[in-house]
Design a protein around this ligand. Sequence first.
Ligand SMILES: [Zn+2]
Length: 175
Amino acid sequence: MDNNEKELLNFIELFCGEVCREVFNKLMSSGRELIDEELASKLGMSVNDVRKALYELQSLGVVSYKRIREETEGKFIYYWRADVDHINQLLLQRKKAVLRKLEDRLRMEESTSFYVCPVDGFRMSFDEALENDFRCPKCGSGLEYVDNHLIKDKLRKLINKLREEIMSEEKAVSS
Ligand SMILES: [Zn+2]
């Protein structure tokens, strides 16, 4: 399983739980359309649980179905499949949101210096520290200057890595 697939499964579990993760994983790894009974017997789950999970996955937009009327009894049969293209787009959106947050955080770290209370770890900006005469507003201890260049380095690395990932994924989506 590659990293993208792992990330995908974590994303699914986060939004609709462990049963959804298992159902989706089985559907994705089988690489073909499956009906709910097949999925249930492959997973050792009840058909009801599988159906519930499939509808949740559908509302998340990561699976879709094709409905076909059976010749003999006239019942509808649902053939489910993993909708990987759509998921990749969702992941891309999420990465962009994370990137924006990291960029905001970096801007904040670059725009001011920070001070921290050595007793309880309370952290504040230069302006806030100045307002409090460089004393902790909680316990009164003297504040210490925080060297944040390691944080900034880390943020810059993360931002560059994410930007590269987003760029290469956007190319893959548009080609
Ligand atoms: Zn304090």
